[in-house]
Write a protein that binds this ligand. Sequence first.
Ligand code: SAH
Ligand code: SF4
Length: 372
Amino acid sequence: MEPSLPDLRSLSRGEMDGLVARLGEKPYRARQIFRWLHQKGAATLDEMSDLPAALRERLGAELRLDVLARAEERRSVDGTIKWTWRTQDGKLIESVYMPEPGRKTLCVSTQAGCAVGCTFCMTGTMGLSRNLTAGEIVDQVSRVNRRLLELGEGAPPRPLTNLVFMGMGEPLHNYANVKAALDVLLSEDGPNFSNRHVTVSTSGIVPEMRRFGEETDVKLAVSLNATTDEARSALMPLNRRWPLGELLAACRDFPMKRGRRITFEYVLLGGVNDSDEDAVRLSRLVKGIPAKVNLIPYNENPGLGFRAPDPARVQAFQDRLVAASVTAVVRRNRGSDIAAACGQLAAEGGPGDPRRRERAGTATLTGRGSAG
Ligand code: SAH
Ligand code: SF4
């Protein structure tokens, strides 16, 4: 396949109409192709059995059709499943499935690696390899829906009910492709997810936040992770560019849909940001913002120098927030036995990746995980 050709799977519903018109085909073909790609999760043009062979040939000649290859599947004792996918050009990315009663959530990746470089996050240590295309973002969902049906997990047409953009990468650093992927994922002729069931998490790319709120209607999560600029800059270098004051101003300004709240994620790092003083400062920072705080006890990544918080500390921290009238939940640790928990995702470029070789002494590809 010619890499310079446009990717059929990345086209929005409207772009598909345009393509079909340009090819001189009947308009209904656009919906047909779109459904094959995004509702049935077709991996090849040949699967699209009710399209005329001549049309399939033209599509194949003019566009490429990227599909993620399953490199690995690991299942946790708690029902979590982590997939490592190989992109057409050999990048490894991950998605994590988390079943709960009444909801089946997939955590998707938006980039191979991440440029933000948070010091506690495994993905952050990789640096950015490249943005994922819209097609690669939505194909994680297609591949998983198909696989879950095979595994007898959930009912057709799509077992997944919820999506969180909390895998590898910073979604707002890949704004255009994330936006295009959302258009597909929320489309009626696509997987048709409800905007209330899709959450995009950002480390705080302030200039893109407002635009995101204006151009999409999905939910926003913001990774706060510290309560002073000094501490946050040490954990998240981007805080030097957009310090807490600016970030929280952007949250206050966020064009929020009626009845919605911003989720603030707060990774609890033992002895670093888990004191009672932090809890009190956190409650002051979010004051006046319709908010919910997600406390995420740190999943340890060997070599990064941070430790998980003491469980009693987690409880005390939550109690402090609740006492200050802040809604705060502790996110259960999921899939930690398969390195699928938040911030453990760090698939690397494959056996030839120099970074991988450098660190090969300490871990295997899957012995570490991603952000999620
Ligand atoms: N880049 C985006 C989305 C992916 S990270 C962001 O940072 O928001 C998803 C979440 O995982 C973030 O809130 C991040 O702070 C958290 N995280 C990263 N590493 C972690 C770890 N080792 N343990 C627990 N949470 C972690
Ligand atoms: Fe990137 Fe999010 Fe990890 Fe920070 S926490 S390095 S923004 S993936």
